[in-house]
Design a binder for this molecule. Structure first.
Ligand SMILES: Nc1ncnc2c1ncn2[C@@H]1O[C@H](COP(=O)(O)OP(=O)(O)OP(=O)(O)O)[C@@H](O)[C@H]1O
Ligand SMILES: CC(C)(CO)[C@@H](O)C(=O)[O-]
Ligand code: BAL
Length: 312
């Protein structure tokens, strides 16, 4: 079965061609698993695809760099686009049935200028959990993600969908979107894949030199220290966070002293309620927490999170 899949991976670039291909599995009553991505694939993505293939006989991956989730001053133009390598990787898995590669003009028929005042058409916002944490620095990010994911769900009509824990708030937002819009889709969250030094894999790691990648681990180390503190019974927010700040400060100082030609700058560290995503003042027994953060490594912003006694 696998070598057959390798040969017959269906590359579909239009919505009608995708819909028409999808139709056969409705007739055959075959379940479809869907992994949405922005391409530039790495082990984190591939692991989600493998999990998808364990759940359903049919696996669909989309590759679409979604303009609506980029701010006007973010990296839409330089976001890595490595389509032929991505397809090679997906073929090597022998479990992907179709790769959906929609065009911007088809997903956004009214156009998609990055300035919100100029935008036209339909947008989806999951209120209450889109504007804290990542939403503070990227206020339109989850509106863009929610909109494109809803559109992709309507086109792909998956039975199961797979998202990565690395983007924890995105998982919370998509779970709410599925529930609020009554999509008949079961959501799964795959564990974060990491480099050997702990750095969470991310397409944007390509922007980092090996030295930057080395110092970027300060974020993971800070989150791990906070989680270990919780594990040892510490429940005071300030004490927990201060240990994380210390690690970031030390790395920031070293990078400055060594004059490495870039800076580390902390965006935030957070210990938040897994349901409301609001900051926790006291971490109550049995409640759990999402420990997360974002760090600028030069101009590249990396994110990461760890879960304490909770799931997404
Ligand atoms: N290290 C990882 N481990 C597990 N899943 C991941 C990892 N990185 C990304 N994913 C998941 O893959 C899916 C597609 O993500 P995306 O294409 O944006 O890649 P990315 O590496 O997160 O890129 P970016 O640099 O934009 O953050 C998302 O569900 C995301 O959470
Ligand atoms: C879910 C997603 C594919 C929507 O563009 C993107 O936010 C991502 O890759 O995490
Ligand atoms: N995985 C998140 C996509 C983004 O940062 O735009």
């Amino acid at each position: 079965m696998s070598s057959q899949k390798e040969q017959s991976i269906k590359i579909l670039e239009t919505i009608p061609s995708f819909r028409s291909w999808r139709q056969q599995f409705i007739k055959q009553d075959k379940q479809v698993a869907f992994v949405p991505t922005m391409g530039s694939l790495h082990e984190g993505h591939l692991n989600l695809v493998k999990q998808a293939s364990e759940h359903c006989p049919i696996v669909v991956v989309s590759i679409f760099v979604n303009p609506a989730q980029f701010g006007p001053n973010e990296d839409l133009d330089k976001y890595p686009r490595t389509l032929s390598h991505d397809l090679e990787l997906l073929r090597s898995l022998n479990c992907v049935d179709s790769v959906f590669l929609p065009k911007v003009k088809d997903i956004y028929p009214s156009g998609i200028p990055l300035e919100i005042e100029k935008q036209k058409g339909t947008f989806i916002e999951v209120k209450g959990i889109s504007h804290q944490l990542e939403g503070t620095t990227r206020p339109l990010f989850f509106r863009g993600v929610s909109t494109v994911v809803a559109k992709l769900f309507n086109i792909v009509q998956p039975n199961h969908t797979f998202f990565g824990q690395k983007d924890a708030q995105q998982c919370a937002v998509i779970r709410a979107l599925i529930s609020d819009l009554h999509f008949p889709i079961e959501m799964h969250v795959g564990a974060t894949k990491r480099e050997h030094n702990g750095l969470a894999m991310s397409s944007r790691n390509q922007y980092l030199t090996p030295e930057m990648r080395n110092y970027a681990t300060a974020l993971y180390n800070a989150l791990t220290t906070i989680k270990n503190g919780l594990g040892k019974g510490e429940r005071n927010r300030e004490i927990l966070l201060s240990k994380g700040y210390e690690i970031i400060e030390e790395a920031t100082k070293t990078v400055k002293e060594k004059n490495l030609g870039f800076e580390l700058k902390l965006d935030y560290l957070s210990v938040a309620d897994p349901t409301t995503l609001e900051e926790l003042q006291e971490i109550e027994e049995g409640k759990g927490a999402i420990i997360s953060g974002a760090l600028f490594v030069g101009t590249t912003r990396i994110i990461d999170n760890l879960l304490f006694n909770c799931t997404l």
